[in-house]
Write a protein that binds this ligand. Sequence first.
Ligand code: SF4
Length: 365
Amino acid sequence: MVKEVGLTNLKNLYSDELEAFLANLGAERFRAAQLVEWLYGRGIQSFSEMTNLPVALRSRLAEVAFISRLKKLAEAKGEDGTIKYLFALEDGQAIETVRMKYRYGHAVCVSTQVGCRMACRFCASTIGGLIRNLEPAEMLDQVLAVNGELAPLGQRVGRVVLMGSGEPLDNYEAVLRFIRLLNLARGLNIGYRHITLSTSGVAPGIIRLAGEGLPITLAVSLHAPNNELRDYLMPINRRYPLEELLPACHDYADRTGRRVTFEYTLIRGVNDSPREARELVRLLSGHLAHVNLIPLNPVKEREFQPTSPEGVRRFARLLGEGGIPATIRRELGGDIDAACGQLRRKVLAEARLGDLKDATDAEPK
Ligand code: SF4
């Protein structure tokens, strides 16, 4: 994204591109490493703060480039330590980012698009459709913003999951660049094995991703063990049905040696019966797979309710008896509108109400 026409967002560039960019300005290539450290390590906001760069270079950079940043609009803290942030982008669009605390440290769930066009029936992010793709820098900025929040504690983000608003494989090029930039040694230096990409099931994207040679974890939102139910819950299934999606996932596991995680959100009376558990066992048997069972975070605008804790345990037991490894994901941030898209919708709705109030409070003409 450019803030103004012609200005380059430096956080979109790989190290060699940054070197070339600096060379074009007449600067030495080693300045790129210094820039990377300022941009990612110290999270500074302006070129004038880059005190080890010559003053002339700092002025030149300010003429041709800019450093993007997010503005925090709202945050909601859960009792379990999960924090959901609503950030404004440079163009005023709003995105959600979730910070989660685990035993091993902090993970960040990033958004990859503003809105989403996948129309999953249980999701709030898709209600207004896709507004626009995020740039790599805008995804990095979410991680950097959370690092900024953690800095006073002397901590930083150790894991990144691409599981927020948007379908990552619908924004393929930018997402791949983001993942590679996350791994930059002098930058955020997040190992590929600590990165998880979650997709609603864009089969050609999965096949393409398998060829990238990145040992990241692939998570596939399955949520149904047959086409009929999946067509209903996730319209993407009409485009890439299970006969196409599962071979793509198995191909990914074969080519990367990485076990694919299948996300299965349990929705009361919809996909949580013993029959569906057995169907899921038949579907995944014989493959390198793992099922992550997720109790539904209810969305105000949707009619679905979560399966009871006993129902979740029964479903997990049936999978285990069928030889499918399954874990029950602890429900993070259920008390803070943590399902993707919910905080954004709430804050935007309140802002609209505010506008309405301002309008109605105005003096009658
Ligand atoms: S669940 Fe993910 S892919 Fe589906 S509509 Fe929501 S953001 Fe998009």
